[in-house]
Design a protein around this ligand. Structure first.
Ligand code: NAD
Ligand code: AHE
Ligand code: ZN
Length: 368
């Protein structure tokens, strides 16, 4: 079949809309009509050329929601008409990682996914007979996609696609980092560096668990109002203080219990670690930094009890946790709507990247 898709031909170049060929789902695969997709900073990062796994030409996008159109052989858990969120972190429930119960990083198809291919080592997308690469196993910048069954979370049918799509990455990553990875306890002091599409969800996760001080740090002063709306109690603009680490330490009587870096800046990652409390502070890296980037600190920071950690997809097990998070949204327990600042047509997708770059959007959502 044919599908309209935004194709990334080269690093740093705008996407172009093409009519792409899409092959039918094979065994264990599912054809999805994508109804809406968010644009995450990670799409921008890969398009920029900084991603060591970035391949071109590819169809980017990993924050979608849609409907099952057709199932390949051996697909048992889904049928046409089901509403789904594609998962860049699948959940096979059989691999060593899934069975360990220690991580959400299912490894069943990670190797082929990182090479832009389906699990059988081929692409379903092509144009003029030449393959186009998948991206993160999802490629939600295409109206129709083929995705492995283990990489689809079935969600309730009354959830609106244009909001539910954001649960495919940003919402789950931010809230999950607090609930599933850090397991922040009531009364803890939390510092969040970077108040974009991810960081604002970290803020609302911290509010959900009843954190005490929730300190937001961002160089964009326009992020303060939305931060406060989502539960932030204190705002620091690093440009307005002499030393952001000292500023957090002063506000928290010795340091934050937990900090989160949701920017992808290694200098800020160090600040986030060093503003946590001696003896027990934990700093969680969410941001994705460019190929070759390294983090550093004095080992003394760790010797004196701070822990440096990271999280992918907020530690969520997609097929189990994503439907619950959709329920939280539908029950009014979490807020999504104010974070979707722009909606676009696929033809205007490059505008979404420009808005992100200019710091004008939190999330732009493409509606098919
Ligand atoms: P975004 O562009 O919406 O937000 C980034 C925010 O950081 C902006 O508000 C910006 O003003 C702020 N910022 C930039 N430089 C800063 C600095 N020096 N100090 C303080 N604030 C600064 O991006 P996003 O979509 O929220 O993504 C954030 C990061 O998280 C990206 O690196 C993205 O790739 C990563 N990410 C990781 C995961 C994961 O699973 N680990 C999931 C999603 C996104
Ligand atoms: N190819 C990138 C990987 C970047 C990365 O860490 N991605 C996150 C999700 S970001 C979503 O917006 C992730 O899931 N990581 C775990 C994994 O297995 O990729 C790079 O920098 O190499
Ligand atoms: Zn993302």
């Amino acid at each position: 079949m044919k599908t309209h898709a935004a194709v990334a031909w080269q690093a740093g170049q705008p996407l172009t809309i093409e009519e792409v060929d899409l092959a039918a789902p094979r065994a264990g695969e599912v054809l999805i009509e994508v109804k809406a997709t968010g644009i995450c900073h990670t799409d921008y990062y890969t398009l920029s050329g900084a991603d060591p796994e970035g391949l071109f030409p590819a169809i980017l996008g990993h924050e979608g929601a849609g409907v099952v159109v057709e199932t390949g052989t051996d697909v048992k858990s889904l049928r046409p008409g089901d509403h789904v969120i594609p998962l860049y972190t699948p959940e096979c429930r059989e691999c060593k990682s899934c069975l360990s119960r220690k991580t959400n990083l299912c490894q069943a198809i990670r190797a082929t996914q990182g090479r832009g291919l389906m699990p059988d080592g081929t692409s379903r997308f092509s144009l003029n007979g030449k393959p186009i690469m998948h991206y993160m196993g999802t490629s939600t910048f295409s109206n129709y996609i083929v995705v492995p069954e283990i990489a689809l979370a079935k969600i309730r049918e009354d959830a609106p696609f244009d909001k539910a799509c954001y649960i495919g990455c940003g919402v789950t990553t931010g809230i999950g980092a607090v609930l599933f990875t850090a397991k922040v306890e009531t009364g803890a002091n939390v510092a969040v560096f970077g108040l974009g599409g991810i960081g604002l969800n970290v803020i609302q996760g911290a509010r959900m668990v009843g954190a005490d001080k929730i300190i937001g740090v961002d160089i964009n002063p326009e992020r303060e109002a939305l931060g406060r709306q989502f539960g932030m109690t204190h705002f620091i603009n690093p440009k307005e203080v002499e030393n952001v680490v000292d500023a957090v330490i002063q506000l928290t009587d010795g340091g934050a219990d937990y900090s989160f870096e949701s920017i992808g800046n290694t200098t800020v990652m160090r600040q986030a670690l060093e503003c946590t409390h001696r003896g027990w502070g934990r700093s969680i890296i969410i941001g994705v930094a460019e190929a070759g980037a390294e983090i550093s600190t004095r080992p003394f920071q760790l010797v004196t009890g701070r822990k440096w950690e990271g999280t992918a997809f907020g530690g969520a097990r997609g097929r189990s946790d994503v439907p619950r998070i959709v329920d939280w949204y539908m029950e009014g327990k979490i807020s999504i709507d104010p974070l979707i600042t722009h909606t676009l047509k696929l033809e205007d997708i490059n505008e979404g990247f420009k808005l992100m770059e200019a710091g004008k959007s939190i999330r732009s959502v493409v509606i098919y």
